[in-house]
Design a binder for this molecule. Structure first.
Ligand code: F6P
Length: 328
């Protein structure tokens, strides 16, 4: 019989994502609703190791649902990868009488959470918060939708200058080893070509496609490049090589970078974060543990944390085919 949960800790870890604050707010308010105490550890696992926390009450999380970033800060803690580090974290949980942890982050956070839970028998529930959307067990991670809209907005702006100067722009977007941001924002922004690590089309095919655009009368073009793409060493080398082989083009490169990680979360991300936050607390109170809450076919689901592996969430190849048709 699972021990009665009376106090829950929450933290954010890994790359921050718009909507993490909405998730924190939902966890805190769900705890209050079920008369459970809640504390927040700063800087993810490092704050658990250093016992750096704040008591979280419903009013503490007022006016944050619309804020990007995370009020609890975030780091990638190397010390937590050590048994000694995890032991310190466990001693602090015991000292603060914490019965379970809600972990908001990506696959790295969840990998650490499973090890910790097994070592010290502390129930954990993961909430997927990363702009990369590269986690199995959920169709969407918190922050992905907002990042997509940020990228589409930036590409729309770049298209204005690209068409004014008849230029070819290579726009690099985040996503680590996955192409979800590039593919969906590329289709959303009407890019001529989208390069992703899951489908390496190669330089020849890219040149063919750009020649086709030229023949169809296009004076400017946009190529969206996922940061994990392998067509060339990097986006700058890629643009240089295309420039050499197609001197008729005037190439420019834009790396969007950390702009994609910030900004006020979209309505979709706020609602997703709110639903996942409440459900994470309810699953813990139901005695469930070592799971990740997720979103599949509009329903909130749970996936055993042991099954959360990076990159096994397949890319939508239908979207790639459509992008080819639409760039005619
Ligand atoms: O995982 C989120 C992410 O933004 C990736 O898309 C990107 O590759 C990485 O984090 C950047 O990490 P950092 O903020 O440490 O530079």
């Amino acid at each position: 019989m699972a021990a009665k949960i009376q106090k829950i800790g929450v933290m954010t870890s890994g790359g921050d994502a718009p909507g993490m604050n909405a998730a924190i707010r939902a966890v805190v308010r769900a705890c209050a609703y079920y008369d459970i105490q809640c504390i927040g550890f700063y800087r993810g696992y490092q704050g658990m190791i250093e016992n750096d926390y704040i008591d979280l009450l419903p009013r503490t999380v007022k006016n944050i649902i619309n804020k990007g970033g995370t009020i609890l800060k975030s780091v990638r803690s190397d010390e937590f990868r050590t048994v000694e580090g995890r032991k310190k974290a466990y001693m602090n949980l015991k000292q603060n009488e914490i019965d379970a942890m809600v972990l908001i982050g990506g696959d790295g956070t969840f990998t650490g959470g499973v090890i910790f839970s097994e070592e010290f028998d502390v129930p954990v529930v993961g909430i997927p918060g990363t702009i990369d959307n590269d986690i199995i067990g959920t169709q969407a991670t918190i922050g992905y939708d907002t990042a997509l809209n940020t990228v589409v907005d930036a590409i729309d702006k770049i298209r204005d200058t690209a068409s004014s100067h008849n230029r070819l722009f290579f726009i690099e977007v985040m996503g680590r080893d996955a192409g979800f941001i590039a593919l969906n924002s590329g289709v959303g922004a009407g890019a001529e070509e989208i390069l992703i690590p899951e489908e390496n089309i190669g330089l020849e095919k890219l040149l063919e496609s750009l020649k086709r655009s030229k023949r169809s009368g296009k004076s400017s073009s946009i190529v969206v490049v996922a940061e994990g793409d392998k067509t060339d060493e990097n986006v700058f080398e890629l643009a240089e090589n295309v420039q050499k082989q197609m001197p008729e083009y005037n190439c420019r490169v834009t790396v969007l970078g950390h702009v994609q990680r910030g900004g006020s979360p979209s309505c979709f991300d706020r609602v997703l974060a709110s639903r996942l936050g409440v459900k994470a607390v309810e699953f813990l109170l139901d005695g469930q543990r070592d799971i990740m809450v997720g979103f599949e076919n509009s329903k909130i689901t749970s996936t055993d944390l042991h099954n959360i592996k990076k990159g096994s969430h397949d890319i939508n190849r239908e979207l790639l085919r459509i992008s080819d048709i639409l760039s005619i």
